[in-house]
Design a protein around this ligand. Structure first.
Ligand SMILES: CC(C)(COP(=O)(O)OP(=O)(O)OC[C@H]1O[C@@H](n2cnc3c(N)ncnc32)[C@H](O)[C@@H]1OP(=O)(O)O)[C@@H](O)C(=O)NCCC(=O)NCCS
Length: 172
């Protein structure tokens, strides 16, 4: 896939329906039981730090980020990251991740968390959260809880419960 054909853009309100259908196809109805969704229930993802991948007008991938805290420290929770099956293995996921992390850093964010496969995410700088350092609401496989430091050593001394960032909480 040539770079020219792929466009990464900030998500807009008009993308919601297509992204929801992509999530439904990828993760199925069981997705709402995932621990990460307990956080997503309370806080909206940040449109300016969530991205779509398109080939022409066709939406082929999406990544979202929402504001959380770890203890008292602000962070982003990345996910879901999804690429349409026929378009996997061409760098779309990586392009979405790199854009999400780059723009997060540019906006002053220092830490990004996610729950996912370390062999995939370590390519863009994610490392396992050391056991016991941070807790998710609800059951989670802690070996899959990963963190990326956008600023060197930003995770030093950070610990605690991962919760929605209540300063950004959705009202009504
Ligand atoms: C994971 C996902 C987003 C990757 O998107 P993609 O556009 O195919 O990713 P890229 O093209 O950037 O990278 C592909 C590479 O990652 C590897 N890869 C994909 N999923 C992987 C995983 N779970 N663990 C390790 N490596 C993985 C591929 O084998 C490929 O390797 P190669 O470059 O050596 O050939 C996509 O497969 C997807 O949507 N999967 C279903 C949803 C999902 O699992 N999302 C992540 C939830 S944590």
């Amino acid at each position: 896939m040539s770079d020219l054909s792929l466009t990464i853009m900030a998500e807009t309100a008009n993308d919601a329906h297509a992204i929801e259908r992509l999530h439904e196809r990828t993760f199925g109805p069981g997705r709402f039981a995932l621990s990460a969704y307990r956080l997503r229930e309370h806080v909206d993802h940040l449109l300016e730090l969530s991205f779509t991948a398109r080939i022409g007008t066709l939406l082929v991938g999406s990544v979202r980020q929402l504001p959380v805290v770890i203890g008292e420290t602000r962070a982003l929770l990345l996910g879901p990251l999804t690429v349409e099956p026929p378009f996997r293995g061409h760098g779309v996921g990586r392009a979405l991740l790199e854009r999400a992390l780059r723009d997060a850093k540019a906006k002053g964010h220092r830490l990004v968390l996610l729950v996912g496969d370390e062999p995939y995410y370590r390519r863009v700088g994610f490392k396992p959260v050391p056991a016991g350092r941070a807790t998710m609401p609800g059951p989670v496989d802690y070996s899959r809880l990963l963190v990326a430091e956008l600023v060197d050593n930003a995770f030093d001394g950070v610990s605690g419960a991962i919760r929605p960032d209540w300063s950004e909480v959705r009202h009504g």
